[in-house]
Design a protein around this ligand. Structure first.
Ligand code: FAD
Length: 364
């Protein structure tokens, strides 16, 4: 029996737990502190294709991560879960200068052949948009991609763990050395996955590692509309404020990107008010709506904004991942499966050498 400890049950740890639970002869223990988890606070937009980022390694991961979702849903269904956490209800992009939408279309068409998941690409008039999402205004033209999706991170994490038959142990774990072996709260495991998101530094620094991962606070507002929002698309104007509709009237507005707040989880009304003001020209109803809640999570960034995954330097039995930034819900499931395969010595679809841990985690 191979005993595996997973530290951190966000989207990456929960997906790894799900795939490991399907392996013969593997016993999994999941630990999760839970506080500040990014996966539960995420907006949930899965639409990486239209980003202007030039980082090729990141884009490859983001596109493959989006492509992986239908497979994940099939695997969950095969395991008996009727998950509806992920749905392709489409995405609408709005630009202040609407001629820039032509560039968006050009870039999208260039990528469409390798990413058919992005679906149909069209320009929509305001009337067409309003048929699909009543109340949107402030523009003449929008870019529409039918394959854009939204995912409820909290629901998906819970479904993955349930399908795995695993209940995380709710505690903050400490790592120590026993000779050259890593112990988890004093216990030895055959294999360890560190899927601790923004907290990787806090987990590894007591072992003498330096970790290039910094926290970024994100706040998001939730609303309950008296409308059937099940098929409403995600709306992405320029700036931080996006609208993410879910089933049964739930609508989220977010999210902030706060680089100077460390691991703070306090609600900041001024920051939330800015999100409302940014969205008001496109969705005036937001100004009079009363939020039902605020979610706050901590994203993880490396200094060059690239994610990494693979074994810790000199520790083939301890694998880690971090730096998923603001697209971690998009790439998290794929990375979770890669970690599950990698820790068992199996080959996945990605080469960890392309996302090297040793560039961000070092030890003197
Ligand atoms: C407001 C917001 C909006 C976002 N929107 C999107 C979006 O629209 N699309 C997208 O793709 N991505 C989005 N993201 C990014 C995405 O949510 C994250 O990148 C992703 O969820 C990270 O997943 P993770 O599993 O690496 O980490 P997390 O989800 O943060 O999970 C890590 C877990 O490890 C636990 N942990 C840490 N240390 C310990 C310890 N010592 N012992 C036990 N447990 C520990 C933590 O408590 C946490 O529960 C958003 C993030 C935020 C905050």
């Amino acid at each position: 029996m191979t005993r595996v400890a997973i530290i951190g049950a966000g989207i990456v740890g929960a997906t790894a737990a799900f795939y490991l639970s399907q392996e013969e002869g593997v016993e999994v223990t999941v630990y999760d502190h839970g506080v500040g988890q990014a996966s539960k606070a995420a907006a949930g937009i899965i639409s990486p294709w239209f980003s202007r980022r030039r980082n090729k390694a990141w884009y490859r991961l983001a596109r493959l991560g989006a492509d992986f979702y239908p497979r994940l849903m099939e695997d969950l269904a095969a395991a008996g879960s009727a998950s509806q956490a992920y749905e392709q209800t489409g995405v609408l992009l709005l630009k202040k200068k609407e001629e820039y939408l032509d560039e968006v279309m050009e870039r999208a068409l260039a990528k469409q052949a390798e990413s058919p998941l992005m679906g149909d690409l069209e320009f929509w008039t305001r009337d067409q948009v309003q048929e699909r999402f009543p109340g949107l205004t402030g523009f003449d033209r929008a870019f529409w991609a039918s394959g854009g999706a939204r995912v409820d991170g909290a629901v998906l994490v819970a479904e993955l763990l349930q399908a795995a038959g695993l209940e995380p142990l709710r505690k903050e774990v400490s790592l120590t050395w026993d000779g050259d072996q890593v112990l988890v709260d004093g216990q030895a495991y055959d294999k360890i996955l560190l899927t601790t998101g923004a907290w990787l530094g806090q987990v590894l620094e007591p072992l003498g590692y330096q970790v290039d991962v910094r926290p970024q606070k994100g706040q998001i507002l939730d609303y309950q509309l008296d409308q059937v929002t099940d098929n409403y698309p995600v709306v992405m104007p320029e700036g931080e404020a996006d609208l993410i509709p879910f089933k049964t009237g739930k609508l989220s507005l977010g999210a902030s990107h706060e680089n100077d707040q460390g691991f703070d989880l306090q609600e900041d009304r001024q920051v939330l008010q800015k999100l409302i003001e940014q969205m008001a020209p496109y969705y005036p109803a937001i100004t009079d709506s009363q939020p039902t809640g605020v979610r706050i999570g901590i994203r993880a960034y490396t200094s060059d904004y690239s994610p990494f995954f693979g074994p810790l330097p000199d520790q083939p039995n301890t694998w880690t991942v971090s730096g998923l930034g603001s697209t971690g819900l998009t790439i998290g499931p794929l990375l979770g499966r890669e970690l599950a395969l990698g820790i068992l010595g199996k080959t996945g679809d990605l080469d960890p050498a392309d996302y090297p841990v040793e560039r961000y985690v070092t030890r003197d």
